[in-house]
Design a protein around this ligand. Structure first.
Ligand code: AR6
Length: 173
């Protein structure tokens, strides 16, 4: 059995997962939002390891250690920048979730926390993002039974919390 849940809070403070996912940019060299918070909390060694990765394509994922964060790993993925919705944004956001889970599974990670990828600076509409996020996680868990014990979203604001809570409650009916 696995748990899918949402919590409101700061992903850098989460203590019940082995890995947190970072909503990064193509450089993987830090930025604002959740990316800035993760680099700040992890410390400069995270940036040093990220420099060795030579960036990341949109929709792909790369893994590092977590340094001063309470978890063991950070999975860095790059969400799409919203550009009206007809420019492959849905597929690229799907890829972010799928590839993050695949990379986690390959590293024997059984507990993972996501932020609301792309819905901040990248302006992906949050209700649409939440639907894609929950649908993709469910598909991955169906295709890979026994891969995870816990998948959670850590939401930083009320609008995101409400959108993901709604989608998670629909699958639990
Ligand atoms: N914990 C959880 N969620 C957070 C936190 C936190 N500590 N801080 C912000 N959020 P964003 P994006 C929420 O902009 O849209 C960066 O500069 C935030 O409220 O962080 O994928 C990167 O370097 C929002 O709901 O990521 C890229 O350049 C969600 O995280 C760019 O932003 C995502 O917002 C990526 O943009």
């Amino acid at each position: 059995m696995f748990t899918i849940k949402t919590v409101k809070g700061d992903i850098t403070k989460i203590t019940d997962v082995q890995a947190i996912v970072n909503a990064a940019n193509n450089s993987l060299l830090g930025g604002g939002g959740v990316d800035g918070a993760i680099h700040h909390a992890a410390g400069p060694e995270l940036l040093a390891e990220c420099r060795t990765l030579h960036g990341c394509e949109t929709g792909e994922a790369k893994i590092t250690r977590a340094y001063n964060l309470p978890c063991d790993y950070v999975i860095h993925t790059v969400g799409p920048i919203w550009n009206g919705g007809k420019n492959n944004e849905d597929k690229l956001l799907t890829d972010c979730y799928y590839n993050s889970l695949k990379l986690a599974m390959e590293n024997d990670i059984r507990t993972i926390a996501f932020p609301s990828i792309s819905t901040g600076v990248y302006h992906f509409p949050v209700e649409r993002a939440a639907k894609i996020a929950v649908k993709t996680v469910c598909r991955f868990l169906q295709e890979n039974p026994d891969s995870f014990d816990l998948v959670e979203w850590v939401l930083f604001n009320d609008q995101a919390a409400s959108a993901y809570e709604t989608e998670v409650s629909l699958i639990q009916k």
